[in-house]
Design a protein around this ligand. Structure first.
Ligand SMILES: CC(C)(COP(=O)(O)OP(=O)(O)OC[C@H]1O[C@@H](n2cnc3c(N)ncnc32)[C@H](O)[C@@H]1OP(=O)(O)O)[C@@H](O)C(=O)NCCC(=O)NCCS
Length: 171
């Protein structure tokens, strides 16, 4: 199930992100593990503005989350994380769908994100969920700035891509 987090659950979310990111170390991307997680302030703001959702276990505990940001006229899936031991059960896909529904309700015709190429649970995972790569030459200025900002956190730029899911149809 997906719901908005309770305020008291917000501090759990950076922990979930850090734990979920450990799988990058196993894929030779240790630097992702070392990056700072979403800040409490940005998560609280996301909650206040209805842009943050958690996936919950049968015991009603958060095991994953999605944070959407609105950047320069685009809806941006800023963070998606599911705890290792809860992965592979459809929580990631359901969180994406929830985010897409919210973006469409706000009037956006697409949901964007940046991710790693050739990491099985990144670009290929999103491609199976309706996202397509946006060719570099077509990146709008806002998204170029977003990627520059992310790369300043030491992401290897050549392994990154921007993807877009159209929300015109079943978004
Ligand atoms: C990306 C992420 C959120 C996906 O979450 P999830 O809950 O595993 O997503 P789903 O269950 O919807 O889909 C997982 C896919 O892996 C497959 N899978 C099967 N067994 C699995 C397992 N033991 N562990 C993980 N994935 C498994 C699923 O079948 C599914 O495959 P499909 O794409 O062919 O349908 C999760 O892997 C994660 O938190 N990764 C670390 C953080 C990250 O990379 N975030 C995205 C940044 S851009």
């Amino acid at each position: 199930m997906i719901r908005a987090p309770r305020p008291g659950e917000i501090p759990l979310l950076p922990q979930i992100e850090n734990a979920a990111d450990r799988r990058y170390a196993r894929a030779g991307l240790r630097r992702v593990v070392d990056m700072p997680p979403a800040t409490i302030a940005s998560l609280q703001q996301g909650l206040r503005e209805g842009r943050l959702w958690v996936a919950i276990s049968p015991l009603n505990r958060p095991v994953g989350f999605a944070l959407m940001k609105l950047r320069g006229g685009t809806a941006w899936l800023d963070q998606l994380s599911v705890l290792d031991c809860w992965q592979g059960r459809g929580f990631g896909a359901t969180l994406i769908d929830r985010t897409a529904v919210a973006a469409r309700a706000l009037g956006f015709d697409a949901l964007h994100l940046s991710t790693y190429l050739r990491v099985p649970w990144n670009a290929p995972f999103y491609a199976r969920r309706g996202f397509a790569e946006v060719p570099r030459g077509e990146w709008p200025r806002t998204l170029r700035v977003q990627v520059l900002l992310e790369n300043s956190h030491d992401h290897p730029a050549w392994r990154r891509t921007i993807m877009r899911r159209s929300l015109g149809g079943d978004g």
